[in-house]
Write a protein that binds this ligand. Structure first.
Ligand code: FES
Length: 222
């Protein structure tokens, strides 16, 4: 027993040896045939995101704004360029057929066209397409064969066969639509001028088109 205690005491008194770290194993020197790894691979580089500079950010912002502007502006221009009214719709054009059928003889009464809201009236100077709304307060006037003139039932305004003001509270002559005569290929043979003067019929075979999108105001009277 005394021997065992002496052994334990001597073991506790023995100095603790420091464990020295093992030196790292030296890598073998690369030979001529070995690849030398000198940096990150291309795949690793591609994953590295360089921070965006202020200049780059402003460039991207400018290009983005420019793209949005062009899309919006282009779309608005496209919509604006589209005809607002189709053919046969008031505000658009009306094909009345051959002039020989559409234009009444000079000595006849004007022809009403309800769809085009107009009166086609022929005179010695040419043909006019009159807007069928009175220029006083917007009533629908009519042709009076007895007096051979247009008369408005609301307040009694009166107009010549070509729409020229005669009497009544209307402030001006009747408004006119632009007329076009074309050949079978659509080539324009004659068109109402900017004054809205009566248009001579170039040929009975010409196609008559009334453009209700182009109104020429009647002349005021004084
Ligand atoms: S609306 Fe035609 S005269 Fe008044």
């Amino acid at each position: 027993m005394a021997e065992a205690q002496a052994t334990a005491a001597s073991a506790a008194a023995a100095p603790v040896k420091a464990v020295a770290a093992k030196p790292a194993a030296a890598k073998p020197a690369a030979g001529h045939g070995d690849a030398v790894n000198i940096g990150p691979s291309a795949a690793e580089l591609s994953m590295v995101q360089a921070p965006m500079t202020r200049r780059e950010f402003l460039n991207y912002a400018f290009l983005g704004s420019l793209g949005i502007f062009l899309v919006v502006f282009g779309g608005a221009f496209f919509v604006f360029a589209l005809p607002r009214f189709g053919a046969g719709e008031f505000g658009g054009t009306f094909d009345l057929g051959l002039a020989g059928d559409a234009v009444p003889p000079v000595e006849d009464a004007p022809k009403a066209n309800t769809a085009a809201r107009s009166w086609v009236s022929n005179t010695d100077q040419g043909v006019v397409a009159l807007y069928n709304v009175c220029v006083h307060l917007g009533c629908l006037y009519g042709w009076e064969p007895i007096t051979n003139r247009f008369e408005c039932p609301c307040h009694g305004s009166k107009y010549e066969k070509d729409g020229t003001y005669i009497a009544g509270p209307a402030p001006r002559s009747l408004d006119r639509f632009v007329i076009r005569f074309t050949d079978a290929n659509g080539t324009v043979l004659a068109e109402t001028n900017s004054q809205g003067d009566p248009l001579p019929v170039p040929s009975p075979n010409a196609v008559m088109i009334v453009d209700t999108g182009k109104i020429i105001q009647g002349k005021t009277h004084g």
